[in-house]
Design a protein around this ligand. Structure first.
Ligand code: GLA
Length: 715
């Protein structure tokens, strides 16, 4: 076994780097307006995280910090806890030793990128730790790149995107999990000695049980307005894992990255591996500020068309399911026009001829229109939409196949399925093997052929209804443990091609509800379908959960007939807090409800800049009682809108005012109830911003399933 001598380490530490001379006290400060992450090179040449917290005014003070914990801990050395990096080498040595080599800082859109390169002095492998800090938003993105500079292949066993150390006396983790139709419910627990993993192994519909984000309160549980809290999320449309481990000293490490479960990755000589981005923000003013940091950052720098507009829509899924024909759809396109929405979206059930898609049991994979349902093809529908002055959108699920399909009969080798085993089906379907470039071509062609044939398709809803089952790839041959990762990379490859050819084509990210809800996917999708559950009561919780990390702008919220005991107004008001759509039959609504909905669409269009692009304040949590309230304030503080809900009030319950936030304290606001069920508006009253943010407004009532919307206009 080779020994690393002091002279070797000294040699590494002495290299002159980007104009800097390293010394034993080299310090690298990654900072935004309010937050700093400080690394120090130890006397041994290794890199330590010395600080993560409030930015200190005098940068020179960082020199007084203790060294801290090793920044990117490796397997098998003197640390006894979960490592960030574990490499298997041909000679059997699994323990990388990482020493500081160099670092660079370069400006980038919105901030700075710092790259710290670490090298194993014996094996010469390199790890580049990337940090992008967004100055104003106080958001950071971090990932690593691992370079194989050895003579042969290496196998990556563990390869975290990020490792952060915390030294607070108490730590509280809030995770968001559930299942189909009850996604993103919040659960908080204190972390004690030992390890807690939050992970998924579902592959494709990866977030069905658990969302790829968390909140970590430091010291004491954070509230909306107080407490120090880290909010983190991984941009990876596949298996992720967050590991929270409290060690013997009571210190906490948080590791974030791809789930290493069945994902050992062989890296050929000269190859490199880039881990996905871990995105985080640290707030000292509670979860509300942390969310707003992320919302601003997402709209400005991450989400496709993040600063652009969004279309309201009418979807046919809940009103027809698979039971429709051309005539019915033409009627619905007319209804979209009548509603006043921007687009009609045709959902599942329009394709397949040998195996027509009359239910979810067959047809997936055969993307030609069912002749007896649509004798004149999609073209007749886009033509009708054009005539009515609405856009036309189309549902596809191109990564999947029903065994009852022509695609399956022709290309069984394209399907992820185990040899010599009976197939297990999730929703009667299987996943296509996107690690295979031929399958990538096929999936790209689904979009490309539809767009070429029907250029007037203005939107796709891209669904993904099955997790990966029966995991085995004919294409990967001896590298089966690459499949989970190569699948996601194959998906990104397809999405890159779609984006390159159709840069302005909006698509909705959907995976049987919120099965795909991550920031890397949102680079390709301007919006996502967060849950199939559109019961407005459940949605208050689900949207509350996603809003911790994602802006209203990316959360599609549709009005349906789920929970008919809630009024149309209550259902619409919940949906107005996201990207509004309808998924019901117009004729299911009474004349007055229809008139109300049309008015609500108009109000929504007027308030869209405030709801979708303003600052969100979660005022009253649905978790805390019988009511809930959220408000949105335009960036210039001239307009604001408050949504207040009475869910299950008690008889003669004492009602408290809703205290507003985010307004200009010195300004006077005209306050008026809008969006009433009878299409009237309330009388205008005036208050100072200070009063509204101190005393608040009496917006709650003792009526069950009742909602109130208030518009504020600066005078
Ligand atoms: C998934 C989606 C639904 C709908 C159906 C169609 O469940 O989440 O919105 O599109 O598929 O099969």
């Amino acid at each position: 076994m080779k020994l690393i001598t002091k002279t070797m380490l000294a040699a590494v530490c002495m290299l002159p780097l980007s104009g800097l001379t390293t010394s034993a006290k080299e310090q690298i400060v990654v900072e935004s307006e309010n937050t700093a992450l400080v690394f120090t090179v130890g006397d041994n040449g290794r890199l330590y995280q010395s600080y993560f917290g409030k930015r200190i005014a005098n940068a020179g003070d960082y020199a007084s910090l203790p060294l801290g914990n090793e920044a990117y801990l490796t397997h098998g050395m003197e640390d006894y806890f979960e490592p960030a990096l574990h490499i298997n080498r041909a000679d059997g040595n699994p323990s990388p030793l990482l020493t500081y080599k160099s670092h660079t800082v370069t400006p980038c859109k919105g901030g700075k990128e710092t790259v710290i390169t670490l090298v194993d002095p014996v094996y010469a492998d390199e790890v580049a730790m990337h940090f992008v800090s967004y100055e104003k938003e106080n958001v950071f993105k971090t990932w690593t790149e691992i370079f194989n500079k050895e003579k042969g292949a290496i196998v990556l066993e563990k390869f975290a995107s990020s490792l952060l150390h915390f030294t607070s006396p108490n730590n509280y983790l809030t995770q968001y999990n559930g299942d189909w139709a009850r996604e993103a419910n919040a659960f908080t627990q204190e972390l004690f000695y030992g390890k807690k993993d939050v992970d998924t192994k579902l592959g494709t519909r990866a977030n069905m049980f658990v969302s790829p984000f968390f909140q970590l309160s430091l010291g004491a549980p954070a509230t909306e307005k107080s407490g120090e809290v880290l909010v983190g999320t991984l941009g990876w449309t596949g298996n992720f894992r967050f590991t929270f481990e409290v060690d013997n000293k009571g210190d906490l490490r948080v590791l974030s990255g791809i789930n290493p479960y069945f994902s050992q990755y062989r890296l050929a000589k000269g190859g490199s591996f880039r881990t996905p981005e871990f995105i985080f923000t640290l707030s000292r003013k509670g979860t509300g500020e942390a969310s707003r940091n992320l919302h601003d950052w997402a709209r400005r720098y991450q989400v496709k068309n993040g600063m652009g507009d969004r279309m309201t829509l009418l979807n046919n899924w809940e009103s027809t399911y698979f039971d429709f024909d051309e005539k019915k759809l033409i009627t619905l396109i007319g209804e979209a026009k009548e509603f006043g929405v921007d687009m009609f979206l045709l959902d599942d059930g329009w394709f397949g001829n040998k195996y027509p898609r009359h239910s979810d049991t067959q047809g997936l994979g055969d993307w030609d229109e069912t002749a007896n349902k649509l004798p004149n093809g999609i073209g007749r529908l886009t033509e009708e939409a054009k005539k009515q002055g609405v856009k036309f959108g189309l549902w596809i699920e191109p990564e999947m196949v029903n065994p009852k399909s022509e695609l399956y009969e022709k290309h069984k080798d394209w399907v992820i399925t185990l040899p010599n085993r009976e197939e297990y089906y999730f929703r009667n379907q299987l996943v296509l093997d996107l690690s295979n470039p031929k399958v990538q071509d096929y999936v790209f062609n689904v979009v490309d052929e539809l767009k070429t044939k029907y250029p007037d398709i203005a939107f796709f809803k891209w669904d993904c209804n099955s997790p990966i089952t029966n995991i085995y790839s004919t294409y990967e041959k001896m590298n089966q443990s690459h499949l989970y990762i190569d699948y996601v990379r194959g998906l990104y490859n397809v999405l890159d091609r779609v984006a390159a050819k159709y840069p302005d084509l909006p698509m909705m990210l959907c995976a049987g509800g919120g099965g795909r809800t991550d920031y890397e996917a949102l680079k390709y999708f301007p919006e996502m379908w967060v849950s199939d559950d559109t019961d407005p009561i459940e949605r208050l919780f689900i949207q509350w959960g996603y809003s911790q990390v994602f802006p209203a702008k990316v959360q599609c919220a549709h009005v349906t007939t789920w929970n008919k005991s809630a009024s149309a107004k209550f259902r619409v008001n919940v949906a107005m807090m996201g990207k509004l759509g309808f998924d019901l039959n117009l004729h299911d609504l009474s004349a007055s409800d229809l008139a109300y909905c049309k008015q609500a669409v108009k109000n929504y269009n007027r308030l869209k800049p405030v709801i979708l692009d303003g600052d969100q304040y979660r005022l009253v949590s649905p978790y805390e009682g019988n009511h809930a309230a959220t408000m949105y304030v335009g960036k210039d503080k001239r307009k604001a809108v408050v949504f207040a809900f009475d869910v299950h009030p008690r008889y003669a319950e004492k009602l408290y005012n809703v205290v507003l936030e985010g307004l200009d304290a010195n300004a006077t606001y005209e306050v008026r109830e809008i969006d009433r069920a009878d299409c009237t508006v309330g009388d205008a009253k005036t208050y100072s911003g200070d009063y509204l943010m101190t005393v608040g407004l009496p917006l709650f009532s003792c009526n069950k399933l009742f909602s109130t919307v208030v518009e504020l206009t600066k005078k």
